[in-house]
Each structure stands twice: as C-alpha cells, then as structure tokens.
Design a protein around this ligand. Structure first.
Ligand code: HEC
Length: 279
C-alpha cells in the first residue's frame, strides 16, 4: 500500500514542482487552488477550511455531531482568562497587539520587518510576555494553546490574507523554504507532505482519508479525540513528519514557521474557523 502511494505520488509531485518552482507565491497559490478544483470539481473553495470533512461525507456526519457540543469550548474559555490576565506591571497581552481582537488571528503568520523572520501567533504571544518581563510559555503547553484557541475563535469568519512582500528577499526566502519543505521527500518512507496531501488527496491511508493541503491552517488549534486534548499546528506537523519516520523539528523552529507561512499563503481567501475538532 505504501509502495502504491509512493508510485502514484512520484509522477504527480514532479509535475507539480516543475510547474511551481519558477513561479511567484501568487502563481503558486492559483495553481494550488486549480489543482484541487480539477480534482474535486464539486467541492466549493470555502469547504477546504473543513479539512477532510470537505471530502469525506461519512466522517463529516460524525464531525457535525461533535460540533454540536464542541470539545474545544473549555480551551476557548480558559484562553480568554489567560488573555485577560494582568501582568505585574498592570498590562495585559492585549496591550501588545494593535489590531482589533477579531483581526489578531489573521494577522499571523507574517514576516517581522525587524527580525527578518516569520513570526507566528504563538511567537508573538511569547514576544509580548518577554516585553513584559514574563517567562516564555512552553510551545505545545496548555496555556499558549488555549490563548490561540481563544484568538482563533474571536477571528472566525475573517479571511486568511498572508502577505509575501515581493520586494523583501527575506520574505521570499522564508516562503521558498516552506515550499521546499512541503515538496521534499523525507524519512524512511521517503515521502513529502505533498505526496500524501496533494497527489494522494482523498485516498485512504490505513483508516484515514487524506485531506487537502489547501486550508490546512484555517482551523488550528484543534481538539483531537484520539489524544483527548488540544494540539497546535506545529504539533500536527511534527506528527506527520514522525509518521514518515523522519526526525521532527522543534515546535516554532524556523523550518516549521516557514512551512506555516507557505501553507497559510496557499490558504489565502479561506475563512478562519478555528478552533477545530478532529479524530
Ligand atoms: C503518509 C501520508 C502523509 C504524509 C506524508 C503527511 N501527512 Fe499529514 N496527515 C496524514 C493523515 C492520514 C492525516 C489525518 C487525516 C487528514 O486530515 O488528512 C494528516 C493530517 C494532517 C494535518 C491536519 C489536517 C486537519 O485538517 O486537521 C496537517 C496540518 C498535516 N497533515 C500536515 C502535513 C505536513 C506538513 C506534512 C509534511 C511534513 C504531512 N502532513 C505529511 C498523512 C500524511
């Protein structure tokens, strides 16, 4: 079965890479959207924000039932408390963010002009804590995930609008690095992210159908029933890297932040609908 996936995938990915290697980010995105449109002509663009539930109608029913009593609700409530908590200096996290509450989620990931790197929402939260003499939160820990769950919830309905400024070589380099990551084969299984989520999209791998990469970032963080808790986007990246038997990168590493930048750009125009619920 793995061999079968690898074989299908090899041809498809090579073609897609050829098409995208010389193109700018916006051309990449249009080709990406078009690929899925051709693959699933009946699935409306907006549906890709729902991951596998856009494609798998059986699983969709169960998911909609789960959404009636959202398992991430507790995280959103906790997140609000953390968000409003007052630091010793009298300030709160909100003081670091100039945007309206519902605009914060879609303002990330972005290229930070001063650092010259991609800053994610999690990183911006920790930068704010440092600026207020607070210790950094552990990435992947409850507190930071809950805060992002709250901000995702507040930002629901806003469209992703990640920018890769063409006159900024650092932004282009970060974008290209994320893209390269996505198409590079890795691990003992020698599979790229694109092999499963682009070329083999909709096919079964063990008990799971493969979701489209388009829209992969809209709904994080997610509550995973299998784990009985919330996970961040980078934790999911790490899980998929491990699944191909490669060594995962650290949460919020440059590699994963660039990957998030690329994937989020591909999802531009889709609406944020986090936090989500997944198997
Ligand atoms: C062997 C196939 C395979 C490969 C290779 C793979 N994944 Fe996955 N991935 C899965 C499966 C199976 C799931 C769970 C079902 C789904 O949502 O697609 C999943 C889920 C995900 C999700 C969560 C989707 C959601 O809606 O919550 C993300 C994000 C993701 N993968 C990213 C990646 C990235 C980034 C890579 C490359 C490092 C990668 N995947 C490589 C099989 C794969």
């Amino acid at each position: 079965m793995r061999k079968a996936i690898a074989a299908v995938v090899l041809i498809g990915t090579t073609l897609l890479m050829y098409q995208t290697v010389f193109a700018g980010a916006e051309e990449d995105r249009l080709a990406f959207v078009k690929y899925y449109k051709t693959r699933f002509p009946d699935i409306p663009f907006a549906e890709y924000a729902n991951g596998i539930y856009a494609i798998d109608s059986d699983a969709r029913g169960q998911w909609l039932e789960i959404e009636e009593f959202p398992p991430y609700e507790f995280a959103v409530e906790q997140g609000q408390e953390w968000w409003e908590a007052v630091f010793e200096n009298g300030k709160t996290l909100a003081d670091c963010f100039p945007q309206q509450l519902d605009e914060i989620r879609v303002s990330y990931p972005r290229l930070d002009e001063r650092l010259g790197e991609v800053v994610t929402l999690e990183m911006a939260i920790n930068q704010c804590r440092t600026a207020n003499d607070q210790p950094q939160l552990t990435y992947g820990g409850d507190e930071i995930i809950d805060i992002t769950a709250f901000l995702a919830y507040q930002g629901r309905g806003k469209e992703l609008e990640v920018r890769v400024p063409e006159n900024d070589s650092r932004a282009l380099a970060a974008y290209e690095s994320g893209k390269r990551f996505y198409y590079s084969k890795r691990g003992q299984l020698n599979l790229a992210c694109a092999d499963c989520h682009v070329t083999s999209v909709g096919q079964l791998v063990r008990a799971d159908r493969l979701s489209a990469s388009l829209g992969h970032t809209t709904h994080f963080p997610v509550y995973r029933s299998k784990l009985g808790g919330m996970i961040s986007l980078h934790k999911r990246f790490a899980g998929c890297v491990r699944d191909v038997r490669a060594k995962p990168f650290a949460l919020q590493s440059t590699e994963f932040r660039n990957l998030e930048y690329f994937l989020s750009y591909m999802g531009n125009g889709l609406k944020v609908n986090g936090p989500g619920a997944r198997k």
